[in-house]
Design a protein around this ligand. Structure first.
Ligand code: 2HG
Ligand code: ZN
Length: 459
C-alpha cells in the first residue's frame, strides 16, 4: 500500500493528493458510519484533465476508484474501505455558464445544491430539486443517485432536470452526453444511464441543468392526524383542491426527537401523526381553498389540529420540524430503510408495515417519516444504547428481509431515493428481477470491464 501511495504521489505530483490518516478517514466515508474508511489516497482534482489522469493512473495500477462529492449519502455509496483511490470533486465547484434562451445552467460537479439554487435565482429562475442536505451535498452526487427530496411531488427527481452531462469513463475518456438538447432521438440515451448509476459507470465532471420559472407565492401548513389511515385521505383531498409543492409526513416520535434537538413545539397538544405541506397560495382564493380543505378533512375526522404559517419565519420553523429529523436521529446510529410503493398501494402497505415493525421491533424505537405524497417512506430504527452495534445491525438486516418481501408483494422498491450502495446491495433482488440484474451487470461490464469504478457498490 505505501509503495503504491508513493508511486501515486510521484506520478501525479501536479494534482492535489491527501494521505494523512485524518484526511483518509474524513473523505473515505459518507453519512453512514458502518464501515471503517481505508482508502489508498484522496485526490482533489481541479479540472477534467486531472480527473482523466487520475482514472488512467488507477487503471494502470488496477486500483478501484470511489467518486465522491459532499458525502451526505445514506447508502454507503461513497465509502472507500478497501484501498481505493477517492476522487473527490469538491474543488470543481464553479458555475460555468448560463444559456438564457435555453434556460440551461452549466456547472461543475462539486457545486453544492444550495449554490445551484442561488445561481438559478440570480437569473430569476429555479432549479427545483431540493432537500435538507442542500448546503453540504453536491450536484454531482445528486446526479449519481438521482436524488429525490421534498419537491418531487411537483417537479420530479433529479433525472428530469439534467439536459447534458460530461462524464469521464473508466478508460479515462470524456463523453459529452446530450449537450443540452431538448430533442435527441439518436439511440440510447447514455445520460440517463449515468443518472442514478452510483458512480459505477463513469464520473460526472460537468452538468447542464434545466431551470424553470419560480412557483407563485406559497403557504406552509402543519396538519395533525389521528392515524395512518387518515394520511392518504388527507393527501387525496389536498391534492385535489390545491397545487401542492410538498406533502411530507412524520410521527410523534420523530417530532419528539426534533424538539429535543432545539425545534419549537408547533401546537399546544400532542398528536400521533403530522404532515407539513406547502402549496401555491397566490391570493385569498387559494388560502380559502386551503382552509376549506382543512375543515372538510376535520369534519371527516382525518385531521385533529393544524396551523398555517403567517410569515416566512413561521414557515421555516414548520419546515424545520420535518427537515431536522435526520440530524436529530444521528446520535442514535439509526438503521435506515428508504422504501417506496405506488401511491395507490400506500394505505395497504402502511398497515402491513406497521404490523410487521411492531412485531419485529417490540423494544426498539422506530421513527417513520417521509415523502408520503411520492409513496416514499423513511423508516429509522434507533439502536438501543445497551445493544452492541453488530447485534443491532444483524437484527435490522433480518427485519429488512421481511420488509423486502412485503415490498415485493406490493411492487415497491427497497431504495426510493438514497441508492443501493453497500447498504441495500443484498436486497437488490427484491426490487429488480434476475434478467434485469443480468442486463445491469452487462451494462456495467461494457462501461467498466475491469471493475474499477466504485467496486462492490450496487451489486
Ligand atoms: C429525508 O427525507 C432524507 O429527510 C433522509 O431522505 C432520510 O434520514 C433519513 O432516513
Ligand atoms: Zn428523503
Amino acid at each position: 500500500m505505501s509503495e503504491l501511495r508513493e508511486a501515486l504521489l510521484r506520478d501525479l505530483s501536479g494534482i492535489r493528493l491527501l494521505t494523512r490518516p485524518d484526511e483518509l478517514e474524513h473523505y473515505g466515508r459518507d453519512w453512514t458510519r458502518r464501515w471503517q474508511p481505508a482508502p489508498l489516497a484522496i485526490a482533489l482534482p481541479a479540472s477534467i484533465e486531472e480527473v482523466q489522469q487520475l482514472v488512467r493512473w488507477a487503471r494502470r495500477n488496477q486500483i478501484g476508484i470511489v467518486p465522491s462529492g459532499g458525502r451526505t449519502g445514506l447508502s454507503g455509496g461513497a465509502v472507500a474501505a478497501h484501498g481505493e483511490l477517492v476522487i473527490n470533486l469538491d474543488r470543481m465547484r464553479q458555475v460555468l455558464g448560463f444559456d438564457p434562451a435555453a434556460r440551461l445552467l452549466t456547472v461543475q460537479p462539486g457545486l453544492p445544491l444550495q449554490a445551484v439554487h442561488e445561481a438559478a435565482a440570480a437569473h430569476g429562475l429555479i432549479y427545483p430539486v431540493d432537500f435538507a442536505a442542500r448546503g453540504s451535498c453536491s450536484i454531482g452526487g445528486n446526479i449519481a443517485t438521482n436524488a429525490g427530496g421534498i419537491r418531487v411531488i411537483r417537479y420530479g427527481n433529479t433525472r428530469e432536470w439534467i439536459a447534458g452531462l460530461k462524464v469521464v469513463t473508466a478508460q479515462g475518456e470524456l463523453l459529452d452526453l446530450n449537450r443540452g438538447l431538448v430533442k435527441n432521438s439518436s439511440g440510447y440515451d447514455l445520460r440517463h444511464l449515468m443518472i442514478g448509476s452510483e458512480g459505477t459507470l463513469g464520473i460526472v465532471v460537468e452538468a447542464t441543468l434545466r431551470l424553470t420559472d419560480p412557483p407563485p407565492p406559497s403557504r406552509v401548513m402543519l396538519l395533525a392526524l389521528p392515524d395512518m389511515a387518515a394520511l392518504m385521505n388527507v393527501f387525496e383531498l389536498f391534492q385535489h383542491r390545491l397545487q401542492l409543492q410538498a406533502f411530507e409526513f412524520f410521527t410523534d416520535l420523530a417530532l419528539k426527537h426534533v424538539l429535543a434537538h432545539g425545534a419549537a413545539r408547533p401546537l399546544d397538544s400532542e398528536y400521533p401523526y403530522y404532515v407539513v405541506t406547502e402549496f401555491d397560495a397566490d391570493g385569498e382564493a387559494d388560502e380559502t381553498a386551503a382552509l376549506q380543505a382543512f375543515e372538510e378533512a376535520a369534519e371527516q375526522g382525518w385531521l385533529l389540529d393544524g396551523v398555517m404559517a403567517q410569515s416566512e419565519a413561521q414557515a421555516a420553523a414548520l419546515w424545520r420540524l420535518r427537515e431536522g429529523i435526520t440530524e436529530s436521529l444521528a446520535p442514535h446510529q439509526p438503521y435506515k430503510n428508504d422504501v417506496s410503493v405506488r401511491i395507490s398501494a400506500v394505505p395497504a402497505f402502511l398497515t402491513e408495515m406497521q404490523a410487521l415493525l411492531g412485531r419485529e421491533y417490540p423494544q426498539i424505537e422506530v421513527v417513520w417519516f417521509g415523502h408520503i405524497g411520492d409513496g416514499n417512506l423513511h423508516i429509522n430504527v434507533l439502536r438501543p444504547q445497551a445493544m452492541p452495534a453488530e447485534e443491532f445491525i444483524a437484527h435490522c438486516e433480518r427485519v429488512t428481509k421481511l420488509l423486502a418481501a412485503t415490498l415485493q408483494q406490493h411492487g415497491g422498491s427497497i431504495s426510493a431515493e438514497h441508492g443501493i450502495g453497500l447498504v441495500k446491495r443484498d436486497y437488490l433482488g427484491s426490487t429488480r428481477s434476475p434478467p434485469e440484474i443480468a442486463l445491469m451487470r452487462g451494462i456495467r461490464q461494457a462501461f467498466d470491464p475491469e471493475g474499477l469504478l466504485n467496486p462492490g457498490k450496487l451489486f
